[in-house]
Design a protein around this ligand. Sequence first.
Ligand SMILES: Cc1ncc(C[n+]2csc(CCOP(=O)(O)OP(=O)(O)O)c2C)c(N)n1
Ligand SMILES: [Mg+2]
Length: 395
Amino acid sequence: MDENGAGAGTSASDSATDPLADEDLYRVLGADGGPLPDATVPDLSDEGFRAIYRDLVTTRRFDERAVSLQRQGRIGTYAPCAGQEGSAVGSTHALADRDLISYQYREHGAVVVRDLLAEYLPYWMGHESGTEAIADGNVFPLNIGIAAHLPHAVGAAWAFDYRDEDRVVAAHFGDGATSEGDFHEAMNFAGVFDTPTLFCCHNNGWAISVPESRQTASDTFAQKATAYGFDGVRVDGMDPLASYAVTKEAAERARGGGDGGGSADGADASDEADPRPVLIEFVEYRFGAHTTADDPTAYRDPDDVDPWRALDPLDRMEAFLRETGRIDDEGVAAIRDEADDLVADAIGFAESVEADPSDMFDHAYAELPPEVRRQRDELLAAVEEHGEEAFRREE
Ligand SMILES: Cc1ncc(C[n+]2csc(CCOP(=O)(O)OP(=O)(O)O)c2C)c(N)n1
Ligand SMILES: [Mg+2]
């Protein structure tokens, strides 16, 4: 593919039913799920393709249940991801387990691929353990302060390179995050110091109520990489196989293989040992609200969502599997049942976690500063005096 992500697999499909038909971006699947005429279908085993589908279905099921749990008061505010599963799941399948994922708050599919759903769900119920546990699967705690994680992600990537560890960092963020200084600082540092970082920009067209047109005057988010001396690619983020293929190639480049396109420090373009960062713009759409605290009808016409449903990553992946003889009705039903059970078990586990408010003091500092220690002691003394029940919300 060329540096705009065009090349094999890029092809117009039916513009009447495909909102991305006229965009210059990398695709493998057409809107109907069939591989496009010039597409290179990734080299995966049958089980590998089915695993992507299973993780998409699990992520969607998790999303539906999480919204429902929030409506019942069983979890806190939640950020739905329906529509955006293809990029999170596809890109994570392209990484090695040792690679680090640092994400914003909507890329739940990455956590599903790492098989950490049960451990993670307690986060959304306010338990610190939810962020602690996912570290074991090389996933950084999710990040609400927009773009604040990006310099850290670049720092981690720099450390991997410095220690000669063959690991890359996939840092996920939204289109809105590109307006933050942290994004530009992270991009600049990554470009200058050749850190093995994949900047995964999820362009879902909106930053809460701010549309893409008010976010940037650039033609694309991918092209922002040019200013920092490395490549940016645009991909159909609702195409799981294109997301996989582009991330796979970018990860190879970040590891120091492939055509690195030269180095900002003047190293030879053919120097294969030089890791290079890559910015991937996943073009996609969120079907639902920004969070369960948001009403999207206040800023977008519900009719605007419908064309994007034609690109639903689950439908396209399922159609691809059926068309290529890799799954049938029975296989689909089995995967759906498996996803239902997995999510139900995760909810059961999460609801069994005992709340311990003093956890909130545990993970920010190796050693508590005096003022924070005083606050913790005050809380513990109050619990001791009044009993835990006095601090619980009336259900
Ligand atoms: C530094 C900072 N400023 C503002 C906010 C409030 N805020 C929460 S989500 C959000 C929009 C982010 O949009 P985007 O990066 O496109 O991600 P998306 O929600 O679309 O996935 C904003 C402004 C915040 N969390 N952090
Ligand atoms: Mg956005």
